[in-house]
Ligand binder design. Sequence first.
Ligand code: NAD
Ligand code: MG
Length: 395
Amino acid sequence: MSSSVQSLTVLGATGSIGQNTLDVVARHPERYRVFALTAARQVDTLFEQCRRHRPRYAVMVDRDSAAALRARVREAGLATEVLDGPQALCAVSEAPEVDAVMAAIVGAAGLAPSLAAARAGKKLLLANKEALVVGGELFLEAVRSGGATLLPIDSEHSAVFQSLPDDASTWERRVDKIVLTASGGPFRTRDPDTLANVTPEQACAHPNWVMGRKISVDSATMMNKALEVIEARYLFGLPPERIEVVIHPQSVVHSMVQYRDGSVVAQLGTPDMRVPIAYGLAWPERIASGAAPLDFLALGALTFEAADARRFPGLPLAWAALRAPSGTTAVLNAANEEAVAAFLDGRLRFDRIHAVNAETLQDVLPSKPGSLDDLLLLDEQARVRARHVIQRWQA
Ligand code: NAD
Ligand code: MG
């Protein structure tokens, strides 16, 4: 595979991960060809990307945006065909011409196309952690039955994957625990009593990473780490009690694996998503990512501290949801998506995101989802419940 050109679909191309992916791809034109680019509604950005990368297809979920893009593409004389609607996301993920799919849509909206890629046996580069948190065992089953290769793009999970031995059948036996690092986000040292009044702009001002707004808020509440604990459980198969979180404000150690003999293997690098993206794209090879090398002398100290339960009450929900009946992680994700959207909209106080998540988890009891439709129904039920809780907290 390494000598031939790989044909790539980028779901969520206009976002932070999508743009970083295209940056890496553009450095290696002999290796990658862009088959399809997708976005929700960012016409200008997707048009520029079409001009630069000449995909066979561009998908806009929003139909008016698709019409606008179609007109611009035609006017510019590009050969790209513009498709619209959520179904088209699946079509460009499972198309026979596609070798690899970068799943970089934000939220549960990315589940269906990620599953389509898994079932079609693609190399699936998973940034869209919510898809795995919602899909759970069903997602893994689709990967197995489709013969897909699932590669984590989330920096922590890429780090764990890089620190594990190749033979997955030995992980359970050799590994004591996985330690996920967390930066602690913008409020790591802020007085927890003042969290009621923080604004979306303050919550999105991450100290180490530039990311989309949803994941930025998740980093500020540490719900991002809660989702990552769930993601790690599904990706690596260790029981939840063998997954730990430690705060590491410099974001240089991207995560670690502790082995039975006490040895710890970690992956380090500058906080730049192009590193795990390049790793996933080229795996099992290594290619240039464009990231600056680590400068140990400039770094000075690497520090570690415990996550404060009063400041980050959402983090323990990960283990609670993993111990509850299957489907519970989907409920947690749906509640959190609704709560974060309400916070970004100015309809919910920052410190009440947790209340919405905890209450929704208590109220919505899943009955073992067995299909994508079951999951989507459960997701909708949880959202309805969460919106209700949000309304009550509004005032
Ligand atoms: P973003 O908000 O910057 O981009 C999201 C992309 O998804 C955009 O292209 C948008 O058009 C598209 N999109 C949004 N809603 C959609 C919908 N309903 N249907 C179809 N497409 C839709 O987000 P991001 O920061 O790039 O994050 C993307 C995913 O990667 C998230 O799941 C996030 O948790 C994960 N991730 C991001 C980072 C990072 O550094 N940004 C790191 C690790 C993991
Ligand atoms: Mg991460």
